[in-house]
Design a protein around this ligand. Sequence first.
Ligand SMILES: [Zn+2]
Length: 327
Amino acid sequence: MAAGFAVCLALVAIFVSGMAEGPAHVRAASGGDIVAESRQLEIGGATITVNLVAGHTDIPSQRLYAWVTRAGRAVTMYYGGFPVGRAEVNVRPAPGRNGIFHGFTFFPDSRVLTTRISVGEHTTDEELADDWMMTHEFVHLGFPAMADEHHWIEEGIATYVEPIGRAQDGQITVNSVWQQLVEGLPQGEPGPGDRGLDHTHTWGRTYWGGALFCLMADLGIRRATENRMGLEDALRGIVAAGGTMDQHWTIERAFSTGDKATRTTVLAGLYEKMKAAPAPVDLDQLWRELGVVANGRNITFRDDAPLAAIRRAITEPPTARLTPVKP
Ligand SMILES: [Zn+2]
């Protein structure tokens, strides 16, 4: 539920080669972890190698594979296919702890995009079912690596897309998606002295400011296309053009590629507006237009609101399939 409350580090790191040579029956994963057990999952056209690093969890390994599978399905729903052909997940048991934490996605020497994520020894089925972090990490795979000042768009996309993908796959409710946005987005608003998304590197502006950019982009694309297209079409276009996390792109290239896919200029226009100026959004007004009514943590919807159809379209399972362009 607390999307973005923990800090996720998505970095393209060049690791020094030095993977430990283990005994014949074990193998080292990226970063030197010793793998106790491993399985290949086929999800959305991708082969995802899940390595369970040596250590104890109360939960049997079967459920850990199922948890990674759910995250893969959520991302596959949103992108119409898993965004890269191969990926690796190293699950690290954390002694004496509960929950899922320390998600970190990088591009190591092995040339296979890799997510490292910790699962507490005493993590329960409920905690695995509630987890957002594994999905968040997978979303990072579907966008090119950016220069540091644009980190907000990498985290913004992951923060915005994660609950939507999970809702599209039926893992969480649509109400819960909007509840997270209503609670989270005020933290993405500019504060005093803000100099725009490219120049204000606070936690709130990076995760929720980036998510606010994504919501405004989604609404902008839907308004410009009579609700036929949304942010997912722009992001799918970027993936289809080869813009995945193993590639370094400029933000201008990513946005022009996304705009080309929707035949709009929404991303470039919004970036121009938000990159170097505070550009606050009247969220209360926006919720009224979308028909999102919050009573405490309880969210209800008004279908007579002017943008109700757009609100519904955002969380509807998309039907178009991603055209694979990479082998
Ligand atoms: Zn992240």
